[in-house]
Design a protein around this ligand. Structure first.
Ligand code: ADP
Ligand code: MG
Length: 249
């Protein structure tokens, strides 16, 4: 796929839980190779937005196109949905590894079940990506035998095994002890440099500044302000963004 190929096109996206309107018209576009940081106060809809992108949530209004598929339709075909989810991977705050499976088994599971790839290929690939996140020696460990930072690197390797077109990260370092944050951010920084398309909900402003090419500031269910990191962090326009940045710095 060439650069500028639209990975996500979002037009006036709306999402409610009952009477609570969480996304009130989100509009934006994400191209191949973009690294987008999503920042904003707690409860403003960042996780909901990510969850809409791989259709973990149904969508109440507007249009959302991901990898050329219109996923706003409430009657989206299950097969199309499964294909979409294998291409739009998600990394969660709490890792979501299977505790009863080894690291290697965690990594091989989805490629075997979803992509129906041969076992030997899944294994080879899993070991390749484990090496990439610096955990080759942990292949036969269980998640509980790993630190939080190691678990999150395993979760990232698990995503990579699906050969995704885009990875969605929802506060991937928020559950980690401070001394373990760096190792996970390093893995993410390397992915970004290799051209992986990424959407990262984060409180790590240094990371957002250095690694992303676009920053979205969410506030009360809309993108209140967006721009390149230089613009957003050094020349914020809206009072709300100014207030947000002064609170976290
Ligand atoms: P953020 O990730 O920015 O902190 P969320 O997207 O998690 O915000 O939540 C936005 C709002 O939606 C919050 O008020 C939250 O309580 C509400 N919300 C999130 N998920 C659900 C749900 N499954 N059911 C009802 N309300 C929800
Ligand atoms: Mg959240």
């Amino acid at each position: 796929m060439e650069d500028n190929y639209p990975i996500i096109v979002c037009d006036n996206l709306r999402k409610s839980y009952g009477s609570l309107e969480v996304l009130k018209g989100v509009t934006g576009r994400l191209s191949k190779g973009d690294v987008v940081s999503v920042i904003g106060p707690s409860g403003c809809g960042k996780s909901t937005f990510l969850r809409c992108l791989n259709r973990l949530e149904t969508i109440n209004g507007g249009r959302l196109e991901v990898l050329g598929v219109d996923i706003s339709s409430p009657t989206l075909n299950q097969k199309v949905l499964r294909q979409l989810r294998s291409k739009v991977s998600m990394v969660f705050q709490h890792f979501n590894l299977f505790p009863h499976l080894t690291v290697l088994e965690n990594l091989m599971l989805a490629p075997q079940k979803v992509l129906k790839s041969p076992q030997s290929q899944c294994r080879e690939q899993a070991l390749f990506y484990l090496e990439k996140v610096g955990l080759a020696e942990k292949a036969h460990f269980y998640p509980e035998q790993l630190s939080g930072g190691q678990k999150q690197r395993v979760a990232i390797a698990r995503s990579l095994c699906m050969k995704p077109e885009v990875i969605l990260f929802d506060e991937p370092t928020s559950a980690l002890d401070p001394e373990l944050v760096g190792e996970v951010l390093t893995v993410m920084r390397n992915l970004a440099q290799e051209g992986m398309t990424m959407v990262v909900v984060t409180h790590e402003m240094q990371f957002a500044r250095e690694v992303s090419n676009l920053v979205l500031f969410f506030n009360q269910g809309i993108i209140e302000e967006q721009g390149d990191p230089q613009q957003v962090f050094t020349n914020p326009q809206s009072d709300r963004l100014k207030a947000f940045l002064s609170r976290i710095n």
